[in-house]
Design a protein around this ligand. Structure first.
Ligand code: GAL
Ligand code: ZN
Length: 651
């Protein structure tokens, strides 16, 4: 069954409104509602007195309307009595300030008492609903790690960090050596001397900062595992265990791959525009989030919060244009979403989210958004079979959280933005309308013809071996700048760059281009040569050994250095892009690479996204117009923000 529905918070409204709500939810074409994830107090108003009667009656009503239920464990928002009785559960921010009750997500993942209290409420909830077949999935907490909750600097976290380091390094001398603690005389006699990276003068040791991020990530994953284990023990066999991941994942000290591996389904909360944004994030950026989410398990995913209206807590921005939010839903389905719920049924008149629109607004009337959702549900139901087929990409953009966090410790250029650097190469693939996996580097790459490793500054020996084997067998590898300069401890390697042989270049020097500098490139030979090739953010100055030069710097002093190179390695080819290459030039380069590999592309106008899905003997093209004017594809004209699914004979 394809779950389609809404996030419903019945407890926000008078009980008498529920029937009318459910009638309209069903008339919308929905078959599922998500409930419960913020309602701890309603289930345990005083310590240890569990009472699920509110949700018992709500679920009975939902069942009467034939609705399935996704139930969230309520640990994102704990009751006030809990914070009062156990203030040690409250997390501490980077200023050393304890967060207070109010808001949400302000608990510490390493608080023992919070863990106990969470396990108790989750156990009680699951036990109570053990015989409830209407519940089709259990959602663990809500957006773990979001809104800055990945960080906590409390005493338990400090102790936990020191224990984590002790388990990792065993001997303090090993840590001292690894950190290079001799520098600035930071040598430790004991693990209990090691600080958290709170405010200091200048900056903390980069290895310590990377270890801290790993520790934060482990803290979230351990906390989530505690809940997942309980749910798995008590749930009905057919129920799915899910978690809803948020956008902006690369900004957090939290590697979601581990948590995803413990879930039945990865779910995503898709908000292409949020808060004060004056326009949505770019179509390629939205697409990249879906490809990342699908990549967590390399499986199709669910969306349990899809935006349907302007959103923000204190400030809001762009209002999605008619059909635009609907188009984002088509885009998500095209890229591997198999179940979709809108956030939320109706905007709330009280509390912190008064300006987060729902499908219905405060006037409680059927409106255009309702009609959009209905049209989408009615249409998309017809494509259940094709939407459940796996997406088999031939191209992957690889990331590694250690690498991402090493950049977080030292961004090296004021203009550096990790997501933008991924997006730069991703967009090159995206504009060719091909399937792209955005995956953790630890996953296998055998299925791909092309892999890109943007700003992969951490490369260890094991990774180098894998890269060589991939290229030898005929794979195409694309690096961008700063590649391979660091080891897994976040230290520079003494000696030659580990990638020299693979890339056929030597890194002679480098320059941060900061926010305002741009340098020109020149080329005489290569087919990818086009006008407007510039570098920003950064430039590596390369001396080719075996590589062919695609672009050089057009520069009075540095024009002997290559900027972009291409090296044959075994049966494959390895590209090195030494800086933030302008988008037109990146796109042209990638178009050329794809041509050489024979990957099937679909040329389309800018802003017109085409996604091919195959099912049996059929091919479906999902066409999404991200622009405000008509666009055509084949013989079809697609209006502003319109989406179309067309069925062809197999291609
Ligand atoms: C999500 C969150 C929801 C709600 C929504 C508002 O991040 O999971 O609970 O806050 O944003 O847009
Ligand atoms: Zn803490």
């Amino acid at each position: 069954m394809m779950y389609l529905g809404v996030d419903y918070y019945p407890e926000h409204w008078d009980l008498e409104m529920m029937e009318h709500d459910l009638e309209r939810i069903v008339a919308l074409g929905a078959n599922t509602v998500r409930i419960g994830e913020f309602a701890w107090h309603l289930m345990e108003a005083t310590e240890g007195r569990y009472d699920f009667s509110y949700f018992d009656q709500a679920i009975q009503k939902m069942k009467a309307y034939g609705l399935n239920v996704i139930f969230g464990t309520p640990t994102t928002t704990f009751p006030a009595w809990l914070a009062k009785k156990y203030p040690e559960i409250l997390s501490v921010d980077a200023e050393g300030q304890k967060r207070v009750f109010g808001g949400r997500r302000q608990y510490c993942y390493n608080s023992e008492i919070y863990s106990v209290k969470s396990s108790q409420i989750v156990t009680a909830l699951l036990t109570h609903y053990q015989s409830e077949p209407a519940i089709v999935a259990w959602q663990i907490d809500n957006e773990l790690g979001h809104e800055g909750s990945d960080q906590c600097y409390c005493e338990s976290c400090h102790k936990g960090f020191q224990t984590f380091l002790k388990e990792k390094y065993v001997d303090i001398e090993v840590l001292n050596r690894t950190y290079g603690a001799i520098f600035w005389g930071q040598t430790y006699n004991d693990f209990d001397e090691i600080p958290m990276p709170l405010k200091t003068i200048t900056t903390h040791n980069p290895t310590l900062q990377l270890d801290w991020a790993r520790f934060r990530s482990k803290s979230i994953n351990d906390y989530a595992k505690m809940q997942i284990d309980i749910v798995n023990k008590l749930k009905r066999p057919q129920q799915n265990v899910i978690h809803n991941f948020f956008g902006g994942f690369f900004e957090r000290a939290y590697d979601q791959n581990l948590l995803a591996s413990r879930l039945d389904r990865v779910a995503y909360d898709n908000y292409p525009v949020w808060g004060g944004l004056e326009k949505p994030i770019s179509p390629a950026n939205i697409a990249m989030t879906h490809d990342y989410i699908r990549g967590l398990k390399r499986e199709n995913f669910w969306i349990v919060e899809e935006l349907m209206g302007a959103q923000g807590h204190t400030v809001i921005g762009y209002l999605p244009r008619p059909n635009q939010a609907k188009m984002w839903s088509y885009q998500a389905m095209a890229r591997g979403c198999e179940a979709l719920l809108y956030f939320r049924w109706r905007g709330m008149t009280h509390g912190a989210e008064q300006f987060c629109q729902g499908i219905l607004d405060q006037d409680d009337q059927i409106n255009e958004k309702y009609r959009e959702v209905k049209a989408f549900f009615d249409d998309i139901k017809r494509y259940e079979v094709v939407l459940s087929t796996p997406i088999l990409a031939e191209v992957a953009v690889l990331y590694d959280y250690d690498n991402r966090w090493s950049w977080q410790a030292q961004s090296q250029s004021h203009a550096f933005d990790f997501t933008n650097e991924l997006l730069r190469v991703y967009e090159g693939f995206y504009t060719q309308n091909i399937h792209i996996d955005v995956i953790d580097i630890k996953k296998s790459w055998d299925q791909y013809k092309v892999i890109a490793l943007p700003v992969m500054q951490i490369v260890d020996d094991a990774l180098l071996m894998r890269l060589k084997a991939f290229a030898e067998k005929g794979g195409q590898v694309i690096f961008s700048f700063r590649s391979g300069i660091k080891n897994r401890d976040n230290n520079l390697r003494l000696g030659e760059n580990i990638l020299n042989e693979l890339c056929g270049v030597k890194l002679k020097n480098y320059e941060s281009l900061g926010l305002n500098n741009q340098v020109k490139l020149k080329t005489s030979t290569h087919e990818a040569a086009i006008g407007g090739a510039t570098m920003s953010v950064w430039r590596d100055l390369l001396e080719p050994t075996t590589a062919e030069v695609i672009y050089r710097y057009d520069d009075l002093f540095f024009d002997q250095y290559a900027a972009i190179t291409k090296n044959s390695f075994g049966d494959g080819t390895v590209y090195y892009v030494g800086g933030g290459l302008s988008q037109v030039a990146t796109n042209a380069l990638i178009e050329q690479i794809l041509k050489e590999t024979g990957i099937l592309t679909h040329k389309s106008a800018k802003g017109l996204e085409v996604v091919r899905r195959n099912s049996g003997e059929d091919t479906y093209l999902f066409i999404m117009n991200h622009t405000e004017s008509n666009q055509s594809y084949l013989e079809h004209t697609v209006g502003p923000y319109e989406s179309r699914i067309i069925n062809l004979a197999k291609i």
